[in-house]
Design a protein around this ligand. Structure first.
Ligand SMILES: Cc1cc2nc3c(=O)[nH]c(=O)nc-3n(C[C@H](O)[C@H](O)[C@H](O)COP(=O)(O)OP(=O)(O)OC[C@H]3O[C@@H](n4cnc5c(N)ncnc54)[C@H](O)[C@@H]3O)c2cc1C
Length: 431
């Protein structure tokens, strides 16, 4: 097995997870990343010299593989996150707070939520019962909510915001099967699975930078700023055209965003069906509007939800160990121009926090293809028939939305596939 060379194209969280796991399995990866820094969609960028996250991210306790990977590369989740029992606080006064991470604490939080009456609580219980037995055919979240007679308050304060937060797709279009899986894994998972993990550091410090350090310390070559233009098959494996240079490898992992994949697969006609399946995915945008106020500014909560959805959530980065006075306002499935989004966000902030001082500056980062649109009946993308090729990326885990955890899991699956293929090659060559 040692000596098998593996080229991993893309150093997002999927490609990094794959590289780290390849090293743990004794394989020799080399990483190629088009951007100057690793992290992909979850990276720290510089805007006018300021380090800002490419988008405000939040993790949950159920992200077990992501948290384990962070520990492997020396990034300590206990210091890098504020870990809070589930808490939802909205601008209209609704508040649900769990005092603890056990299932009992979660149940008590639903019973004690400010803004839910008994009809609402019973409806919520009905939904939790229904998702234990997911229907054989997928449907929209809106259809699931109608079928289980959810009340307006449950939809407005619980299911619609949780659906957009987790699937980045509105309830009318979102897959009930994926939503049910997310609720089951978090609200009905292990104790702590529903905890909110709010980053206290830049995204780069959570995984990309420690992973890069860990990999380089183990002799792994990481070529940042190197775009792979095409991949073709050779007698001994694959040749990667990186413009100035050609690289060869015996195995290859495509760990790009899904929309970047079809162009790279052009030189490998056997992968046409995968290319077509990936090409069919649609996307949703996310905008993060950063609003800097003076350093004394503090919001009542580190994270506030807005029931009318623009922004969906506001994070007080200062309260989370970031620059004091910096607010990160997240608009999921964002529509309209940057100016329109910014003006709606600023108007909502003014309404909700009338004492908020005039912003010192506002910067918006929009990702047009932040996540795939998580609609009902999404077909699983099968792995390539050729065992020397693997895919990694957040779009590959069936019944999971586009998340950091899906990216990490896909990277681990790719590494294990290549390790199996390498073992078989060794067995058949008698080495
Ligand atoms: C604004 C925003 C907010 C989000 N919020 C959350 C959240 O709160 N919680 C959560 O869990 N998830 C969130 N997500 C989703 C999460 O960021 C993604 O699911 C995850 O980062 C995807 O990782 P990936 O490795 O699969 O793909 P990517 O991050 O897209 O990585 C692919 C990498 O491949 C590189 N690449 C592409 N083509 C080439 C090439 N030809 N040669 C070399 N390199 C190449 C790219 O530069 C990129 O670095 C959010 C996403 C966005 C955009």
């Amino acid at each position: 097995m040692p000596g098998t060379s593996i080229a991993i194209i893309g150093a997002g969280w999927a490609g990094l997870a794959c590289a780290v796991d390849c090293v743990r399995r004794g394989l020799q990866p080399t990483l190629f990343e088009a951007a100057p820094q690793p992290g992909g969609r979850a990276r720290t960028v510089r805007m006018d010299g300021l380090p800002l996250d490419n988008g405000q991210h939040i993790l949950i306790g159920a992200y077990s593989e992501t948290l384990a990977l962070m520990r492997t590369v020396g990034a300590d989740p206990d210091t890098l996150f504020d870990r809070l029992p589930l808490a939802l606080e909205f601008d209209d006064g609704f508040a649900l707070r769990a005092h603890g991470s056990s299932r009992l604490a979660l149940a008590l939080a639903f019973i004690g939520a400010r803004g839910l009456g008994w009809r609402d609580r019973l409806a919520a219980l009905r939904l939790m019962g229904a998702i234990r037995r997911p229907p054989p055919a997928d449907e929209s979240v809106a259809a699931l909510l109608a079928r289980t007679s959810q009340t307006e308050s449950c939809i407005r304060h619980l299911w619609a915001p949780l659906c957009v937060a987790a699937l980045n797709t509105g309830i009318d279009d979102a897959s009930a099967r994926v939503f049910a899986r997310v609720l089951a894994d978090s609200l009905m998972g292990e104790p702590g699975a529903a905890d909110l993990l709010l980053p206290r550091a830049d995204l780069g410090a959570l995984l990309p930078e420690p992973a890069l350090f860990w990999l380089r310390a183990r002799g792994v070559a990481v070529h940042c700023g190197t775009r792979v233009r095409s991949v073709r098959e050779t007698a001994t494996g694959f040749e990667l055209d990186c413009g100035e240079q050609l690289h060869s490898a015996e195995r290859v992992v495509f760990a790009t965003s899904p929309h970047q994949l079809p162009a790279l697969l052009d030189g490998l006609p056997a992968l046409d069906p995968i290319s077509r399946a990936v090409h069919a995915l649609e996307y949703e945008a996310i905008s993060t509007v950063y609003v800097a106020c003076d350093a004394q500014t503090r919001l009542p909560s580190a994270m506030t939800g807005f029931v009318d959805g623009e922004p969906h959530w506001v994070f007080d980065r200062g309260a989370l160990g970031g620059p004091p006075g910096l607010l990160a306002c997240v608009v999921s499935a964002a529509r309209g121009s940057r100016e329109e989004v910014e003006s709606r966000v600023l108007a909502a902030l003014k309404r909700q926090f009338p004492a908020l001082p005039e912003p010192l500056w506002v910067r918006t980062i929009s990702e047009r293809r932040a996540t795939f649109r998580c609609t009902p009946g999404r077909a699983a993308i099968e792995p390539p028939a050729d065992p020397r090729i693997a895919l990694a990326g957040d779009y590959l885990i069936p019944d999971y939305p586009a998340t950091l955890e899906a990216a990490v899991r896909s990277g681990l699956t790719a590494a294990s596939r290549l390790a199996r293929a390498s073992c078989k090659t060794q067995d058949s060559s008698g080495t």
